[in-house]
Design a protein around this ligand. Sequence first.
Ligand code: GLU
Length: 426
Amino acid sequence: MNNSDVYNKSREELLSVGKKYNIAQDKLEEFLEPDRVVEVKVPVNLGTQVVTFKGYRSQHNKNLGPYKGGLRFHPRVNKDEVMALSLWMSLKTAVVGIPFGGGKGGIAVDPKVLSEKQLEELSREYVRKISEVIGYDKDVPAPDVNTNPKIIDWMTDEFIKISGMNGGKTPLNKLFATFTGKSKNGLEGRTEATGFGGVTVLKELAKKLNLEPKTQNVAVMGFGNVGFYFADLASKSGFNLVAVSDSKGGIIKKNGEKFIPLDIPLVYDCKQEKGSLAGCYCAGGVCDTRGGQMITNEELLELPVDILIPAALEDVINENNMQNIKAKIIIEMANGPVSPTAYHYLTEKGVIIVPDILANSGGVAGSYIEWEQNMEDKKYKKEDVLKRLEKMMQNAFENVWNESKKQKTDLKEASYLVALGKILSV
Ligand code: GLU
């Protein structure tokens, strides 16, 4: 898919759901359009020259509360992409039942070529440019693709400095509540929240379908924060994690035709050591090369596994490869990894696809708990956070599942109906 039509495709999809269920067209169209998209220049001194990157923040809808959503640093970031991602955030916050609207932003940059100092300067400059439009009660950014707690800490620090220079009267705890996904004054459990939420959803689905985890082979595409925690927690819950990949490719281990489950913590250590999964063949306590194979990301998607977890970027399952997908369950841990056409095609074939706005909503649900903790100037215990998060995810899943049964439709359409019911009725 051309990356410049994600927003329109998503808009069309929602409009056709609106038509099917007689949702007022004018109200829906008005919702779909972002409230505003802020575009900024982000100049950074790269030593020999100053390079200006393009930054964005799409504030989509605030019917249910302040705009909320991540910031990504990726060369593919553009206006259309942040618009689509911010629309999905509006739907996601509604599905998981938190008092936030939707937003998303980012910078078109490859952060991997920057030094740490340059990355810090980029992050701080971006905040200087958008400081007026964000705040604990306006718009609350968080991490997303290629951003992490360290980057969010620099941003929070810059925001606090700016507020001080402007003689702001906002108490410090509320300034901290302007960003989530922080390490300083952050939430214990936020880092694993997205993966934890996804595994909670998978376990609920397995119960509905009477599936025993130990009979299920799972492949995970993406081994960043979301993919790693998903793989780790799913394997601790008894699922067989038989393939994982990062941007450079993936690994499997086989004995003849039979998959051998990977030892996820060992794979993680190996990736830390080698910088990528390429070359890591780990199983049964040792990293070795016996029986291990390297595969491409394309091959991973087409493996004969039971459950497929796309946890990297959008549009990886599309018109070109949908015929080759063999999994019977797909959990969308990335945002928009299955294109609308592929979603429709695979659903018709009987594949159950848990949509992103439900599957990965544990991240923003964790962010809500972090925001509340900062607003109340408290420190929550990790154990309590995860218990609360589990309940939130179970409720969100149950609502969507029941809606899909009631309307005799798939889980994506059901999540849209749950979300739009809340957003348009306020
Ligand atoms: N970037 C994550 C997402 O796409 C988290 C957003 C947030 O916590 O605000 O859901």
